[in-house]
Design a binder for this molecule. Structure first.
Ligand SMILES: NC(=O)c1ccc[n+]([C@@H]2O[C@H](COP(=O)([O-])OP(=O)(O)OC[C@H]3O[C@@H](n4cnc5c(N)ncnc54)[C@H](OP(=O)(O)O)[C@@H]3O)[C@@H](O)[C@H]2O)c1
Length: 263
């Protein structure tokens, strides 16, 4: 059920009901890739912490399920099907977020695809191009669309999601690894360029997490040996909150960072 919501084409707006913990009260957060895995868990947690949300993924139905789930937990969310590697989708998404909420305080560049786990010599060109377009160019595009509004307001937190193979190349990680190296570089460049505007940009390595992407990368692994997405979110809440207002250009290991200490 959607409480106090309004539908139009591929968008649902869900009004707030209640909330418990409130580290992100009065924040508006845009999370990409929120239909499953880490992004879905983060969207739920951010809503529980009091944030208004804009969420996207390519597949609409799964995304709307997340929106309904958030509604049932309290929260206000815009869910829009969008490909972060498509300039038009990105501009429509950001425009809709600003029209509805009039600002974006937090951007989490979480969406990504794994691509084939093959050696570079056999890496298909089309897949190479697709992985880089979504993981790297997508992160650039959406940050470039959101940054001017944060610069104007002289505040904002951008959180990029990387990987262990974003700082260490390993065989058969191909374009995914290269794209995450690029995300690390984008973090360093954006953080310095946006520092004068008090917009901070940090990067998080989630580590091994029990999601579809991890299963695709390691099909023989027992998922029960891995933490659930809900267990690694402290660093994301911290970076989205005002507690981290002095932190920029830093790299975090999600599984080594517990926040708040009581969680
Ligand atoms: N799980 C791990 O162990 C692990 C480890 C290190 C880093 N990471 C990173 O953590 C982040 C989340 O990973 P995950 O494991 O949660 O992945 P996942 O389960 O595969 O979820 C990926 C999400 O991104 C969305 N997405 C993919 N391509 C998109 C696009 N072009 N535009 C918009 N949304 C898109 C997917 O929805 P649609 O398919 O509907 O678009 C989905 O919601 C990723 O950046 C990943 O690289 C994960």
């Amino acid at each position: 059920m959607i409480a106090g919501g309004a539908w139009s084409n591929d968008v649902v707006i869900i009004e707030s009901q209640s909330s418990t913990t409130m580290h992100l009260k009065n924040k508006v957060a845009l999370i990409t890739g929120a239909s499953r895995g880490i992004g879905r868990a983060m969207a739920r947690r951010f809503a529980d912490e009091g944030a208004d949300l804009i969420i996207c993924a390519r597949h609409r139905e799964a995304l709307l399920e997340v929106a309904r789930d958030i509604e049932s937990r309290g929260g206000r969310v815009i869910a829009r099907a969008a490909d972060v590697g498509d300039r038009q989708d990105v501009h429509r998404l950001v425009a809709m977020a600003l029209e509805t909420f009039h600002r974006i305080d937090v951007l989490v560049n979480n969406a990504s695809i794994l691509g084939p786990r093959v050696e570079l010599v056999a890496y298909p060109y089309e897949e190479w191009e697709r992985v880089l377009r979504i993981n790297l160019t997508g992160t650039f595009l959406i940050t470039q669309a959101v940054a001017p509004h944060m610069m104007e307001r002289k505040c904002g937190s951008i959180i990029n999601v990387s990987s262990g193979v974003g700082v260490e190349g390993r065989p058969r990680w191909g374009a995914y690894s290269v794209s995450k190296f690029g995300v690390e570089a984008l973090t360093q460049i954006w953080s310095q360029e946006l520092r004068p505007y008090h917009v901070r940009v940090n990067v998080v390595n989630p580590g091994r997490v029990r999601t579809e992407m991890r299963r695709a990368a390691y099909p023989d692994e027992d998922p029960n040996t891995l933490p659930r997405p809900e267990e690694i979110l402290g660093v994301f809440v911290y970076l989205a909150s005002d507690e981290s207002r002095a932190i920029t250009g830093q790299r975090f290991q999600a599984q080594e960072f517990k926040w708040p200490k009581t969680e």
